[in-house]
Design a protein around this ligand. Sequence first.
Ligand code: MEV
Length: 440
Amino acid sequence: MSKTISGFSKLSKSKKIDWIVNTNFSNPENASQILKQYWNTDDKIQQLHDEFIENTITNYYLPLGVAPNFLINNKLYTIPMAIEESSVVAAASKAAKFWLDRGGFKTSVISTTKIGQVHFMYYGDFETLHNYFKTIKSKLISDSSPISKNMEKRGGGIIDIELRNKTEDIDGYYQLHASFETLDAMGANFINSCLEQFAKTFKTEALTFESFTEEEKKIQIVMSILSNYVPDCLVRAEVSCKFEDLSDNPSISGKEFANKFVQAVNIAEIEPYRAVTHNKGIMNGIDAVILATGNDFRAVEAGVHAYASRHGKYSSLTHAKIENGIFTFWIEIPLALGTVGGLTGLHPLVKLALEMLHKPSAKELMQIVAVAGLAQNFAALRSLTTTGIQQGHMKMHLMNILNQFEANDQEKITLTEYFKTNTVTHSAVVDAIKRLRVKS
Ligand code: MEV
């Protein structure tokens, strides 16, 4: 059982560890040693990581892999991916190579608008509120100019502010619904700072607006926050080829494969149980690149799944069709990303990942990330509709099972060779290790 403690955040890192290991572990020394094993030997790098969050006690590693051979709008990329799940990087690499020989990926950014809202309560006459909003709107924007002037110099800033009446849903509830262009920044801090300034101006100026009654002057600000739902920050990625070029597997013709593939996508479009798993596979690719490039995967996940439900039923993020003998497979997805600010200029591996991608703008990164999602979905559906997912998946999982049994290098070589021609299952691997160890 854990204990309560006050003043924990004020303890030094080693005192925090002492308290944790002594209160929670039967072998405190061993726990402490594991935590310290993951400290970086370079004190400066460790301090950088310590200061990303609060109460840091150690680092949590994820593998950073790369998927080469991505041809996107005729430009080649090696995509960095931070992920713990075996098969994901291998699948992305396979899909990249497959489409490299068929013209690569074509992408475009559809829109880049982000949204933030001031939620407030007002219990008076709507017409008077509307007049107040019209009177005050330009001041809302000009009072925010100390925050927005740098963004404006670069071509971004506040696009518009609308007054939205939500009283049909909640009595007295209104919003200032604002739209923003944040260029290469994800923009959360910029948007939230602007919103808090709008709220301040909106509340203060109401006190001297003559048409308001004394009661109406008392506007209550509930909260000011950006929205992670970004249906107007949208990117599209697509692959296409003649359907006869679609199969490189002699056991299935291009036409048969194309038809089966489209059926699989159609199922994910109408069946939520399948759509969730289908989209999870897409997010395997997307999250891995988002993490590697220091972006906020929780924001992206929340926005993407809301978008997948925008017609009132959870559905596929990808689509496929065959028209005039041409197979086309595409994704349209909302992605609010940044290539400046946040971790992008701080975390050495994030900087490296962005350099690997030729220092992309946010718009370019949106396109690369959408491609990673599409490629991942292509690879998953290709396996699912032909060999089944387990064949490839268990091959990649083999190393995890071998590591679980602390196989040495020679055992790994022998068993990897053996399982090139034998089906990998957990029990088959365990039996094979046992047999090998009995022999030697
Ligand atoms: C596993 O992480 C992802 C898949 O389940 C995706 C899918 O079913 O499309 C293979």
